[in-house]
Design a protein around this ligand. Structure first.
Ligand SMILES: [Zn+2]
Length: 509
């Protein structure tokens, strides 16, 4: 009897807190992936970005200037003596200290704003073609991850990233000039002039090969000339994921979050660069194919940009993201990944307002003035939805929760208990322009569309349904874990993609 009373009391507390969590909360609007004039992609100063975001009702800003932006072609056997190098402005090009001090100064000046330092990072690229045949291509240089929340300048200096420490691999063969040095030394007595020449050549070439690293060309050569590049270039294979996995692991070790940027965007541009010494400029084409499959080949990262370049393949119902979430539910991944909105904003030339792509974070009500840590924790937990709004108005979730069994409730990123009964989705939706608009809500559970509901904004739906895994398992004992997520659309581009709510049977807990 006594234990029953205690249990009832405990449940009552659980009910109350679940209710409170669903009803009262602070809503923080966060924009990420903005470029300042620290990089070539941006025109605004960091302060101009913050002021613009603030004026648009945004309270958390995550600038992500390029950590480093360079590529280098170092032909064997001459390496640095005949190398081609291009470097653009970046955090490392200025200095990570300056970047972080600038951000700290802005936080002081605008205390109502949370500014989290971030960096856009390329972890790898490869070469094909040659300058002689005029078809030199730097490939995959635009595969980007966003690293968010690193506050120590040394963390930037040690990033396993292109142009910093990582990427190129150590090649013992780059020590080959040592043989010239040895041969030269051997000749010194018998034929001093030839010996000295060989010796000096060896020293110069050896110095030129420092730091004895080279970047792989992926077997491609001049035979590429004249062919259709997009057909010839392979897309990402799992072996490409290594450097990015190392980057995500490194960021995690520094307490930072990582997000795949624009996974479905390709990039194709041309640069000119001089080959020293004083040779005519060489044409370099940069080609990056879309890389959504990299999402599945990597793990332990925090999320990917669903908007605006990740919703067709990765974020679509039954797409890569759903595969990844199911892997997590099946215990094949240690953590789920979240869907975020990224801007890739570079100033007024962006052609759209700074608030067009947002992450709407739901923060605990007790956090009247959330700190940077609170914001990062909300992102880490998936307590947000990704919003893509029209220029003048946008959708808003006024209320949202998923209810499982025994009154368990959760918002995005959370988890409810399921004992086999239907799950309830409660969604209240409104539009910032207060004009009634038709809205389509797509319910996705366990990777499948389980319902499409037509309604209007403002409006409210309460929908009961049985997720596929639960229906399948209803008559069996044992653990189940699955998830539900929602896409809300009100005509292009008005869209919301929520992060998932998981459900678990008691046995799975
Ligand atoms: Zn990028």
């Amino acid at each position: 009897m006594r234990s029953f009373v205690i249990l009832t009391a405990a449940l009552a507390v659980a009910f109350l807190s679940a209710d409170a969590a669903a009803r009262e909360r602070a809503e923080i609007r966060c924009v990420m992936h903005l470029h300042s004039d620290y990089t070539r992609a941006g025109n605004d100063t960091l302060e101009e970005l913050v002021v613009k975001a603030r004026a648009a009702g945004i309270h958390a800003v995550i600038p992500t200037d390029h950590a480093s932006a360079s590529f280098e072609w170092t032909p064997f056997p001459f390496a640095a003596l005949l190398s081609l190098r291009k470097e653009f402005p970046s955090i490392m090009f200025s200095s990570p200290e300056k970047y972080l001090i600038d951000i700290a100064r802005l936080e002081k000046k605008y205390p109502d704003m949370i500014i989290i330092p971030g960096a856009e990072v390329a972890a790898d690229y490869s070469w094909s073609g040659s300058p002689l045949s005029g078809d030199l291509i730097v490939k995959g240089w635009h595969r980007h991850m966003l690293v968010v929340g690193m506050e120590d300048p040394d963390d930037y200096r040690n990033l396993p990233a292109v142009g910093i420490t990582g990427g190129a691999s150590f090649e013992p063969i780059m020590f080959w000039p040592v043989f010239l040095i040895i041969a030269g030394y051997g000749f010194l007595r018998s034929r001093p002039r030839r010996g000295l020449a060989l010796f000096l050549c060896g020293v110069v070439l050896l110095a030129g090969n420092y730091p004895f690293k080279s970047r792989r060309a992926d077997g491609a050569s001049a035979s590429f000339a004249g062919k259709n590049v997009s057909r010839v270039l392979p897309t990402a294979s799992p072996s490409d994921a290594g450097p990015y996995q190392a980057l995500a692991d490194y960021a995690a070790s520094r307490g930072a979050l990582t997000f795949w940027a624009h996974p479905e965007a390709g990039n194709n541009e041309e640069f000119r660069s001089g080959l020293p010494p004083a040779l005519p400029p060489v044409k370099v084409r940069s080609v990056t194919e879309p890389y959504p499959e990299m999402l599945r080949s990597t793990r332990d990262y925090s999320g990917f940009a669903v908007f605006a370049e990740g919703y067709r393949i990765a974020g679509a119902p039954g797409g890569l993201w759903d595969d990844i979430l199911l892997e997590y539910c099946d215990g094949k991944r240690p953590a789920p990944v979240w869907a975020v909105s990224e801007l890739d904003y570079g100033g007024d030339s962006f052609g759209a307002p700074i608030d067009i792509l947002q992450n709407v974070l739901w923060i605990e009500p007790s956090l009247a003035r959330p700190t940077k840590k609170d914001i990062l924790r909300a992102i880490e937990r998936g307590s947000f939805y990704a919003l893509w709004k029209g220029k003048s108005h946008g959708l808003r979730l006024k209320d949202f929760y998923v209810e499982g069994s025994r009154g368990s409730r959760a918002i995005f990123g959370g988890s409810v208990i399921s004992d086999g009964r239907d799950i309830l989705a409660h969604i209240e939706i409104e539009s910032s322009d207060a004009v009634a608009a038709p809205v389509k809500i797509t319910l996705i559970a366990d990777g499948k569309v389980v319902g499409i509901i037509e309604t209007t904004a403002p409006g409210r739906i309460r929908h009961r349904f049985s997720p596929p895994r639960q229906s399948r398992n209803n008559n069996k004992a044992g653990a189940i874990k699955g998830y539900v997520r929602f896409i809300v659309e009100a005509g292009y581009p008005d869209t919301i993609a929520t992060n998932p709510v998981f459900y678990t049977s008691e046995a799975a807990k």
